[in-house]
Design a protein around this ligand. Structure first.
Ligand code: NAD
Length: 327
């Protein structure tokens, strides 16, 4: 591809991705399937690598999420809420493992988690009491949705210990609740939600907390952003501590000593994902030791110590090695 064609295509992709992002993040009403968005994003990443002079600081490849809605009070995230780098096949996992070992040494272990397809939220507790909940927004500024989150039954309003802590997790709508909600909407002649992710996001970003209260939302917490006075050395340890405090964490999280075990874990979920009562869109792989996470640090958009393996569109699914052939 020559420079002229690349310039045209980059502009075209940026405009498309911005439009898709606005409908997905701001309106909770996607125009295209996630796989189509991901394909276009990968193409833009590739073009910006091949033609670095075309890369701009506000490209969708470096921006996180969408602008917060003006209808909500804004919350500044003291610790940014970032995105995750993506892996689509076995080779991407080995490449990630190699980058991690180059930077953090050979003695690396991973924690693998289900990638819950919902809306990222941050929950702040002071003295063990829930005081604020926010969306990710654009990563630095989110929306204050405390009142809506107070209606989610699995979010504890008071913890088992009087700690100051900020945790992060994913609010989701179970598949059955989503089906019931859309059936009721259909009966009422209202527009349907595209999928449980958008239903969860749309329910949480309502101004009237009574709406969220009726939507049967649920949550899994998956990380501690900040905590006072706890000695935590590993990500797995952080999850155990959250459980101890009374947070709901996902029971399928697994410790994996190396890349082979990570791939086994992914393959086992490709077969089983449809058995879950909630939707997942991939697997998140995180370096387990927190001091190694610190050494690895962050890019502008995502941590270098984690990656999200994305499931391909359902019809392409066989095994991880099979996917390598189909992308
Ligand atoms: P991402 O979905 O690739 O990953 C980051 C998010 O994963 C986190 O913010 C968190 O919300 C979530 N997550 C779930 N389980 C987690 C766990 N166990 N640990 C850590 N995080 C976990 O990145 P993104 O920036 O949120 O969104 C990009 C994705 O959204 C795209 O890849 C695409 O699939 C989708 N999208 C779709 C459209 C569309 O038009 N269909 C538009 C924009 C984005």
């Amino acid at each position: 591809m020559n420079q002229n064609d690349a310039t045209k295509r980059v502009e075209e992709l940026r405009q498309l991705l911005e439009k898709y992002g606005y409908h997905y993040y701001v309106l909770d009403d996607p125009l295209v399937p996630d796989a189509e968005y991901d394909e276009k994003m990968q193409e833009l990443i590739w073009l910006e690598e091949e033609f670095p002079e075309l890369k701009q600081s506000d490209s969708p490849t470096v921006r996180i999420g969408g602008k917060p809605l003006d209808a909500f009070e804004k919350v500044q995230h003291t610790i940014p809420m970032m995105s995750l780098g993506n892996a689509f096949n076995e080779q991407d996992i080995y490449d990630f493992d190699r980058r991690v070992r180059q930077a953090a040494g050979d003695d690396v272990q991973y924690t693998c988690e289900l990638k819950i397809d919902g809306l990222a939220v941050s929950l702040t507790y002071e003295n063990g009491r829930f005081v604020r909940g926010a969306t990710r927004g654009d990563g630095t500024t989110g929306e204050d949705i405390t009142k809506n989150l107070q209606t989610v039954g699995s979010i504890p309003l008071r913890l088992s210990q009087p700690v100051d802590i900020e945790v992060r997790g994913e609010v989701f709508m179970p598949k059955r609740s989503f089906e019931k909600l859309n059936a009721a909407k259909e009966d009422a002649g209202e527009a349907l939600f595209a999928n449980p992710r958008n239903a969860a996001a749309g329910s949480l970003r309502q101004l009237d907390p009574k709406v969220a209260a009726k939507r049967n939302l649920d949550i899994f917490l998956y990380s501690i952003a900040d905590v006072d006075g706890a000695d935590i050395q590993t990500h797995y340890g952080a999850i155990s501590y959250m459980k101890e405090l009374g947070f709901k964490t996902n029971p399928n999280t697994q410790h994996c000593p190396g890349a082979e075990e990570v791939i086994e874990y992914i393959n086992s979920w490709i077969d089983r994902r449809n058995d879950l009562s909630y939707e997942i869109d991939g697997i998140v792989i995180k370096v387990d030791r927190l001091h190694q996470q610190e050494e690895l640090g962050f890019t502008a958009k995502s941590p270098r110590w984690a990656i999200a393996y994305k499931f391909p569109a359902e019809e392409k699914v066989t095994t991880l090695t099979g996917i390598t052939l189909s992308v």
